[in-house]
Write a protein that binds this ligand. Sequence first.
Ligand code: SF4
Ligand code: SF4
Length: 130
Amino acid sequence: MAWTPDVKGLIQPFTALKSSVEQPYTLNYPVEKRQDVTGYRGFHVNSLALCVGCGNCQEICMNEAIDMVEATGEINPKNASGLVPRIDYGRCCWCGLCTDVCGPDSLRMEGDYTYVSADADSFLYMPKDR
Ligand code: SF4
Ligand code: SF4
């Protein structure tokens, strides 16, 4: 049987050498952060000046991840119920339906997405007012 050289095997080490001088494809997190992407579904934010407390967001949420709770900050004078949404990130699947049905566009999802806690109760998240 004739001997055939393993050309691919001979070239392989040089391919690895080439990779060692290439720019990395990963980020040096947390020193470097990923750039925001328009339309990214990160944490919820809710502008209290716009929210009318209608509860549409709670109604549409199929995961029952939204509770309407008393607002702590200054709210929209048109918010008759005085309630604003709080999100349970233990249940939320980030579908974005709650933001779609929000008439005044007060409830939105933005670029923040990093959260670490060993306390399960802290997953009940009050969207930032902005
Ligand atoms: S966030 Fe939007 S949908 Fe939810 S209660 Fe406020 S106004 Fe209504
Ligand atoms: S993103 Fe979806 S699952 Fe999460 S709170 Fe809104 S409607 Fe519910």
